[in-house]
Design a protein around this ligand. Structure first.
Ligand code: NAD
Length: 326
């Protein structure tokens, strides 16, 4: 069976993908510098400590394990941090992706499946967002993801490197068996922060940014996609490319939008506790609605979501949150 090298496999999405790859019979090798990842979340394959910008180390790991493909998650992920420190984001996300492409091209390892983001669309003019919508990121994080896509197009043309970028909307939820989950520090994502506020009501309130958007309840609407559904899409993307089918960028979302208030209500239903929250001013650059059109993923990858109903997302995330507390 094939071997897949997973950069960033000690992180949130990467660890779920590693588990799913192993379940599907793939041999997994995780390459991670543990800057935000966790050694204990590397449970489904070999671990190689290394930085994606370190081309010598990457090359030696590729020669040692001879993978049949690479899935690239390693990246810095916070929009706010990228505005404060754009250099760190261009360095880690653009230079890191460039080094991977260069080493893969030199070593003849292919294909490459990489984490994209809905952030490449910026403030989309039409929702649901299709891949044909103009890309116009409005922050350094989104720009680093778009530059990675441009580099992939150039490397494919020059070196025949097959690639797929999966543009995730809001990754959410946790492994239904509770073996891995979301553990960012600091956490910027809504659902884990809502659940943390349930756990520590005295210490933290969750901030809801803006309740005067042109949406039914005034709060922003987002598309939440369960991390296990993301996992299956990555394996389908690898198989697609290993069969010699075309390189392209594809949205991964559920196609359904939920408002911030609906998330709070769902969290209260699942946990049985009130969520302490405070309404704050809008954040610059937050679109009112950001929802994927997932038709292309269904058509090209034959991908179907199995885990992404809101209650299941909240229930698996809540189980993980409680497990972390033990
Ligand atoms: N979480 C989301 O909702 C979301 C949405 C859209 C896109 N993404 C993208 O998905 C990918 C994974 O996100 P995540 O939420 O799992 O993040 P994460 O921080 O949990 O995981 C990232 C992993 O990459 C590793 N890493 C970072 N820089 C590295 C480097 N230079 N060399 C080696 N390893 C490095 C970290 O140690 C960590 O294990 C990222 O590329 C992110 O931009 C995430």
């Amino acid at each position: 069976m094939s071997t897949i090298l997973v950069t960033g496999g000690a992180g949130y999405i990467g660890s779920h993908v590693c588990k799913y790859l192993a379940q599907q019979g793939y041999t997994v090798v995780v390459y991670d510098n543990l800057s935000t990842g966790h050694r204990e979340m590397v449970r489904w394959g070999a671990f190689e400590h290394g930085d994606v910008r370190d081309d010598a180390r990457l090359r030696s790991v590729l020669r040692k394990h001879k993978p049949d493909g690479v899935i690239h998650f390693a990246s810095s992920i916070s929009v706010g941090e990228s505005v404060m420190d754009p250099g760190a984001y261009y360095e880690n996300n653009v230079l890191g992706s460039l080094r991977i492409m260069q080493v893969l091209a030199q070593e003849g390892v292919r294909p490459l499946v990489a984490s994209g983001s809905a952030a490449v669309y910026g403030l989309p003019e039409t929702v649901p967002v299709r891949e044909t919508c103009p890309t116009s990121p409005i922050n350094p994080y989104g720009r680093t993801k778009l530059i990675m896509e441009w580099m992939l197009e150039d490397f494919a043309r020059a070196h025949g490197l097959p690639w797929m970028v999966l543009r995730y909307f809001n990754a959410a939820g946790a492994d239904p068996e509770g073996e891995t989950g979301e553990s960012h520090d600091p956490e910027t994502h809504l659902i884990p922060n809502v659940l943390k506020a349930v756990r520590f009501p005295e210490a933290c309130q969750v901030s809801l940014f803006g309740d005067d958007y042109p949406t039914p309840d005034g709060t922003c609407i987002r598309d939440y996609i369960h991390v296990m559904d993301l996992a299956s899409a990555h394996v389908l993307a690898c198989e697609h490319l290993l069969q010699g089918r075309p390189s392209q960028s594809i949205n991964l979302g559920s196609g359904q939008g939920f408002s911030v208030r609906e998330i709070v209500q769902a969290a209260e239903n699942v946990t049985g506790h009130k969520v302490p929250f405070v309404i704050k001013a809008r954040r610059a650059g937050d679109p009112a609605r950001l929802v994927a059109d997932p038709a292309k993923a269904r058509q090209v990858l034959n991908w179907q979501t199995r885990f992404s109903d809101l209650e299941n997302i909240l229930a698996t995330a809540w189980a993980w949150e409680q497990k972390k507390a033990r």
